[in-house]
Design a protein around this ligand. Structure first.
Ligand code: SAM
Length: 242
């Protein structure tokens, strides 16, 4: 494998205290994912992050920072997965997980489907659909141990999109740069959807050049089933957030 990629990958993982994912075997898998993503990115808008050190830090390490909150062998769903973040890094680094990657944009989901087939990532299934619609399907509603979303919507809206997927006893994690100005608005939504706000995980993501970027994972545990009226339709969710 490319030695520069390997060194950068290991350094970034170590700087972010992700030593458990710093093996050469995983680096090779992430090198293959990088090659695939950049190749497709030439003709499809997958990511604005194109430099390999930035991809390793801002996509891979950033996605893996949530791993410590996910129980062993959990069934998880990534809502609004886009080009597969955090779902693909989590599936690669945590083969114990059963990962569903959901997005409303069909071409991104087809990209993920082809990628997991080519890279032999066997623990990912994909769904095209709107989160607020699929959550009404009994095959998906309250079927997951863990739901996660990165960079999809403000927290009050995100809670309505995501909490209905989580079983009572499970957790929803919203991955943000800084959620401090969103938390106040989301308290009612969390309560109405049967959730409870847990202490947030705030940290600095260390980039390949050693600089740091603020990150926050908002953790919400699901105490009881969400009322059947949720999630509402997209117009109500966005025009009249809970
Ligand atoms: N999570 C990825 C990441 O961090 O790179 C993608 C983030 S991108 C800014 C937001 C994604 O959420 C888009 O791919 C969009 O199609 C998807 N999305 C937004 N609203 C959605 C909804 N209601 N249901 C499903 N997907 C949604």
């Amino acid at each position: 494998m490319n030695q520069v990629f390997l060194r950068t990958y290991k350094d970034v993982m170590r700087m972010n205290r992700l030593e458990e994912f710093a093996s050469e075997e995983l680096a090779e898998k992430f090198e293959a994912l990088t090659a695939r993503m950049l190749e497709v990115n030439d003709h499809m808008n997958l990511t604005a992050i194109r430099e390999i050190p930035d991809i390793i830090a801002k996509h891979y390490a950033d996605s893996l920072m949530v791993a410590k909150h996910i129980p062993h062998k959990a069934k998880i769903i990534d809502i609004g997965c886009g080009a597969g973040f955090p779902s693909l890094p989590l599936a690669i680094a945590r083969p114990d997980l059963n990962v569903t990657a959901l997005d409303s944009t069909a071409k991104r989901v087809i990209y993920i489907e082809e990628t997991v087939r080519l890279l032999k990532i066997y623990n990912v299934t994909t769904e095209v659909g709107r989160a607020e619609e699929l959550a009404r399907d009994p095959h998906y509603r309250e079927r997951y141990d863990f739901a996660v979303a990165r960079a999809v919507a403000r927290l009050n809206i995100l809670c309505e999109l995501c909490l209905c997927y989580v079983k009572p006893g499970g957790v929803f994690a919203a991955m943000k740069a800084d959620a401090s100005d969103e938390l106040g608005d989301a308290i009612d939504a969390i309560f109405m959807l049967g959730g409870k706000l847990e202490p947030q995980d705030r940290f600095k993501l260390v980039l390949a050049d050693g600089s740091e970027a603020a990150r926050e994972i908002v953790l919400i545990s699901k105490l009881k089933p969400a009322p059947r009226i949720f999630p509402r339709n997209n117009t109500l969710i966005t025009k009249k957030p809970l």
